[in-house]
Design a binder for this molecule. Sequence first.
Ligand SMILES: [Zn+2]
Length: 75
Amino acid sequence: MLYAEIADLAPKCRFRDCTQAHEPRCAVGAAVMTGDLSAARVNRWRKLGTEYRANTPVLSGPRGNKTSDPPRRRR
Ligand SMILES: [Zn+2]
């Protein structure tokens, strides 16, 4: 994986949907602070991550959130 070291750190973040930008308990941000990661690299990875997320099908998508068509429960 191209950004393996960042993908490795992401799960250690305080928040699962961490933006890796300015979260207080961000493992990626901490690595940048200590110089283990370059901020520019994280920036590129963040952009990539956003695109990945946008393309990822959400299981609880429109169908699950639909309120105009409630499930019919007939016996
Ligand atoms: Zn983070």
